[in-house]
Design a protein around this ligand. Structure first.
Ligand SMILES: NC(=O)c1ccc[n+]([C@@H]2O[C@H](COP(=O)([O-])OP(=O)(O)OC[C@H]3O[C@@H](n4cnc5c(N)ncnc54)[C@H](OP(=O)(O)O)[C@@H]3O)[C@@H](O)[C@H]2O)c1
Length: 262
């Protein structure tokens, strides 16, 4: 395995569960020495991630912050930089869950507004501040290695998908992916910005969904199966790897190859 993550520090937003936790653990296995486990309200999940990081030899730092609030974003920025000092890898993974839990009871407009507030406005405003801080850091340290930021999109966002889920997540994740590309254009060559766009990944919604969606998720992948959180984590490691200095402004679709046969 590449040693390029050794002695580096990272932040993974929304790493109290699911894809974010898998990314945090993969970064730790790749050699990241200190990592901020950010979460909003799932403290026990964040502690579980932190315990698993410690077992791998990575020092966890727990930071709770609601990305929908300006105070929350500010607390995450100052908490992360004050504790870690320098940060080489920032992963914007956090996203509102409107499919399970209490938000699932909201109507379409409520879900859309919530997603806009967290996934779009929250992520965009947070990332602009982080990008500025990372640029200052690269200049201050005269580092020849660009910092890296990774976003999580959605493979069907720009093509479209029928129904409420497509009409909600499509514009939300398309906005995230478009923003990431503009950030890459703004800050190159000192900051690399890439997006991983997952297909059907079996997380909490996938574990309890209907037979129809179960068959569809597996059937729409050329590999004939759901993706899992580790599939995404591996792609994030590739995108964030400090040695991958020629990789920026890319969106990698991670869906097992979208099948047109289903
Ligand atoms: N699963 C899929 O098939 C799939 C496909 C495409 C894209 N994605 C995207 O991948 C990312 C991770 O998804 P997942 O399935 O792993 O979801 P998840 O298990 O629900 O994790 C979401 C994370 O985001 C955090 N979060 C939610 N609202 C927040 C807020 N207002 N402020 C700060 N943090 C907040 C959660 O924190 P707490 O739980 O601690 O509150 C949690 O850590 C999301 O951006 C999602 O949209 C998922």
């Amino acid at each position: 395995m590449s040693k390029s993550f050794q002695a580096t520090k990272a932040v993974v937003t929304g790493s109290s569960s699911g894809i974010g936790r898998a990314i945090a653990l993969a970064l730790a296995k790749a050699g990241v020495e200190q990592l901020v486990v950010h979460y909003r309200s799932n403290e026990s999940g964040a502690v579980e991630t932190a315990d698993a990081l410690r077992d791998i030899g990575c020092e966890p730092v727990l930071l709770a912050a609601d990305l929908a609030s300006s105070d929350g974003r500010q607390a995450l920025v100052s908490g992360a930089f004050e504790t870690l000092g320098e940060i080489q890898t920032w992963v914007n993974n956090a996203g509102a869950d409107v499919l399970t839990g209490s938000a699932a009871a909201m109507d379409f407009e409520g879900k859309l507004r919530h997603l806009l507030e967290v996934d779009v406005t929250g992520t965009v405003l947070l990332s602009r501040t982080i990008a500025d801080r990372l640029m200052d850091q690269v200049e201050r340290t005269s580092s020849s290695i660009p910092a890296s930021m990774v976003f999580i999109g959605w493979d069907q966002a720009t093509e479209g998908m029928e129904g409420d889920a497509g009409q909600m997540f499509g514009p939300i994740k398309a906005a995230v992916m478009a923003f990431a590309n503009s950030l890459a254009q703004t800050y190159a060559p000192r900051l690399r910005v890439n997006t991983i766009a997952p297909g059907w990944i079996r997380t909490s919604w996938g574990e309890s969904t209907s037979d129809y969606w179960n068959d569809r998720a597996a059937g729409q992948s050329l590999m004939g199966r759901w993706g899992n959180v580790d599939d995404i984590a591996k792609a994030v490691i590739y995108a964030a790897d400090p040695a991958n200095t020629f990789l920026t402004a890319q969106t990698i679709q991670l869906n097992g190859g979208f099948s047109r046969r289903f």
